[in-house]
Write a protein that binds this ligand. Sequence first.
Ligand code: 3PG
Length: 306
Amino acid sequence: MKILIATEKPFAKTAIDGIKKIIENAGYELCLLEKYTAETQLLSAVADADALIVRSDKVTKNVIDAAKNLKIVVRAGAGFDNLDLTACTEKNIVAMNTPGQNSNAVAELVLGLMVFMNRNKFNAGTGTELKGKRLGIHAYGNVGRLVARIAKGFEMEVWAFDPFVSKETIQADGVTAVDNIEDLYTNCNYVSLHIPANEKTKKSINYKLLSLMPKGGCLINTARKEVIDEDELTKLLDERIDMKYVTDVAPSNISELLQKFDTRVFATPKKIGAETAEANVNAGLAAANQIVNFFKNGDKTFQVNK
Ligand code: 3PG
């Protein structure tokens, strides 16, 4: 049985060592394709793989068609918008993610980015504090929950909106649950995005919504660039000279934004949210264990193409 790890952005060595152990203990062979630059490399590497582990790598219909022996693909991470689920289902390939495994890394980055923006991108000058400010969490999943917990340590007031999580669950964490998204944006100084990218959410963060934010508002996006309407965000930043945007998933027009709004916009040079040794180990090992469990016991927990 051949298990392929294909990662444009490789796992930390400790994660690879751990994955190797799990795969070899199960009697399988581990193959690595790291830092590849063209889909053709992935197409040939996947040709005889029985299982595939990826990160944000695009598993397109092309890849699925080239993978003649593939039975399972695991996205080591949360968002699976990089997997063509229809193509997987058509070929009876099980697609999974590893929810929660890299959430803490992303949550810590959110607060780090907020402090960074509040302190003038770590330049001289008078900044502001998070204490006493209101943070709105847009989607209360694994990352959103952790952001809430850490923000409370900063003595922030935390609000959240999530139509898929009960108000009781949110309130039990000492977080104010709001009924509609407009309430969140109208009332929060900071809004942190934790929604997935799908047909419903793409471009859903638009001018109308962002205009609701109070003076000095700051939007934090560690989710996906696709959820933002980029033209409308630019228009908003043009009109609202008080608004800030900080992101780990840079929009395509980031250089234009940085040129125009240098002090109010920041983007990490590459997506680093889940880029910690701990998150790599957690997500990588979970992916390997899920594959072994699938082959040995038929376990399909975390399947996303049901
Ligand atoms: C996720 O969905 O888990 C995060 O966006 C992390 O993505 P990455 O594995 O490409 O860093």
